[in-house]
Design a protein around this ligand. Sequence first.
Ligand SMILES: [Zn+2]
Length: 150
Amino acid sequence: MTEFKSHMPLALAEARAAAKRGEVPVGAVLTSADGRIVATTGNRMRELSDPTAHAEILAIRQACAAAGSDRLPGHGLWVTLEPCPMCAAAISAARIAVLYYGASDPRMGGVAHGARVFDHPQCHHRPQIYDGISAEASRDLLKSFFEARR
Ligand SMILES: [Zn+2]
């Protein structure tokens, strides 16, 4: 048994780094079944000219490539913002065991809002979900990012 440790501070650091690159500040950390950190990522849509380069997708791609598998059973994904429908579908496809997220996202979220991907009958794998982790810090980051761009 490994001791429970929040990886949200590290995900928030990735979100801050994303903001410095001019990306919407969202960060993610992916941990293996034995609690090792296997990927830390932030949004890179602008940098890569890729609308799918969300922090969660990049983390899943990195971890899958390292594992040589398209599935990540037992893994935990920490992300600073409620995943969008695309990322939620990828989380399900990768069979990620636990999803920890920070701020909720009524506008773009696809977990507790909108498409509610994991609640859909077509969704064959639903992770355990813990929301609201360091949510205020995540919200503050997003708020100051969008205020600065106005
Ligand atoms: Zn996404």
